[in-house]
Design a protein around this ligand. Structure first.
Ligand SMILES: Nc1ncnc2c1ncn2[C@@H]1O[C@H](COP(=O)(O)OP(=O)(O)OP(=O)(O)O)[C@@H](O)[C@H]1O
Length: 418
């Protein structure tokens, strides 16, 4: 285990809470969705709600107020990624999808998406209520770039998927919201899209249809298509996605591993205590090993005398989404799980960077102790104080101090007083 010096504590102010470096597309995967510095401003009195949802969500915006629904969004999504877009109500998810789909123009910044995009955004978006389901299938599919002949070939399959054959010649304005979504989804998945953008419309379908949609999304994922979908189901993101984007008040506050992002969002929404650690396997910083030696980087030794120098080396494995400044708290545990003493990095933490790193804790003179001792390591994000993970190591080191009936040898006198 190579030893590296401790990095000095950071001089710059702490990062804003929960901001993590962006997770880039896998190396080698071409970028198919790119948003650079995207901001979207709405002016409340210029806009009228176009759906029931918007009417509810925008109730709080007073007339004439500028409102930034998206701020400075920088994201690159590589081909084949399945990305969940999450955040509280009103955080900007639908707006971001609309901007990426080209339905809304960003106020500043730029967006590019390559390949054929199929988007399933708001309820009924892209449908003309006065037309029949059949006509809407043709209209929608041709807007997505299919020729009449291609649509003729796919028509039965689209209708079968939607399970709406009995309604296909009715005007779409008489469809229920679930029926709208069935038809919209059926068209979107039949146009052979390279990129699928899906808003939280799946929630409108009944359970059987949701299962069918999710199976289709999973098939798309396995075929290496790029999927970006909005959902409030964080379990779904954990199960289906290889990346999560978390929005808060129009800003991107997390971009990375789904379980880390969902944990953060659950904390922000108050459904998980703020100090709950991430499961060890998924932690972006893992203490992988400890070693004991006299000098940093020296040979491993496990038996010491009081007064000798001891170095406890903690090896860390850090992913790209690890916090920049990492704070370690190391406890030396005696028999019966009693902490004997503790050691910490400087309060600002150390900056080990992605990959592996070693933090050495050097004890110049061991106290008068007798026994075998184990190590507990707690890792937190030094900027936010958020716990990252905890690990108890089984490796022991021994100190052969004087026999004491207790934990420490303390100087004392016994005096009689009457
Ligand atoms: N056309 C518009 N004009 C003015 N404000 C808008 C418009 N569309 C959205 N907004 C506002 O932008 C913010 C983001 O809305 P958006 O629909 O993107 O949120 P969301 O994260 O999708 O929310 P939800 O989870 O409720 O669907 C909200 O405060 C909303 O009121």
């Amino acid at each position: 285990m190579p030893s590296q010096p401790l990095a000095p504590p950071p001089m710059q102010p702490a990062q804003p809470a929960a901001v993590v470096p962006s997770a880039p597309p896998a190396p080698g995967a071409p970028v198919v969705i790119r948003a650079a510095g995207v901001g979207k401003k709405f002016v409340a009195y210029h806009k009228r709600a176009t759906s029931l949802k918007e009417r509810f969500v925008r109730r709080d915006t007073t007339s004439g107020e500028d409102f930034w629904a998206l701020r400075d969004i920088d994201v690159e999504i590589g081909r084949g990624q399945t990305v969940g877009l999450a955040g509280a109500n009103g955080s900007g998810k639908s707006t971001l999808l609309k901007v990426l789909a080209g339905i809304l123009r960003p106020t500043h910044g730029s967006v590019s998406v390559s390949g054929r995009i199929a988007s399933l955004l708001e309820l009924g978006a892209g449908f003309n209520g006065e037309l029949s389901g059949r006509d809407n299938v043709y209209l929608n599919a041709s807007l997505l770039g299919l020729s009449k002949r291609e649509i003729d070939r796919l028509f039965d399959s689209i209708v079968d998927f939607s399970e709406l054959r009995h309604k296909i010649d009715d005007e779409v304005k008489h469809y229920s919201s679930g029926q709208y979504v069935r038809l919209g989804f059926a068209v979107a998945v039949h146009v052979d899209p390279d990129v699928l953008l899906v808003d939280e419309v799946l929630a409108v379908g009944d359970e059987a249809f949701q299962r069918k949609c999710l199976a289709k999304i999973a098939q798309f994922r396995d075929e290496g298509r790029t999927i970006l979908f909005v959902t409030h189901s964080l379990d779904l993101i954990e199960n289906m996605c290889d990346r999560i984007l978390v929005l808060e008040s129009g800003g991107l506050i997390f971009d990375g591993q789904p379980v880390v992002g969902t944990k953060l969002l659950r904390q922000r929404l108050g459904s998980l205590p703020a100090d709950s650690p991430i499961p060890f396997d998924l932690a972006p910083v893992k203490p992988t090993a400890v070693a004991f030696s006299r000098n940093p980087g020296g040979p491993t030794e496990v038996q010491y005398d009081p007064g000798e120098q001891l170095t406890v080396s903690v090896e860390l494995d850090l992913t790209d989404s690890a916090p920049q400044y990492v704070y370690l708290h190391v406890e030396i545990m005696g028999q019966g799980e009693i902490p004997i003493w503790m050691m910490e990095t400087p309060p600002g933490g150390v900056s080990p960077g992605p990959g592996t790193a070693v933090v050495d804790f050097v004890v110049p003179r061991l106290p008068e102790l007798l026994g075998a001792f184990a190590i507990n390591v707690r890792v937190s994000d030094a900027a936010t104080g958020q716990p990252v993970t905890v690990r108890r190591f089984e490796e022991l080191f021994g100190v052969s101090g004087p026999q004491v009936a207790g934990l420490l040898k303390v100087d004392y006198e016994a005096r009689l007083r009457r």
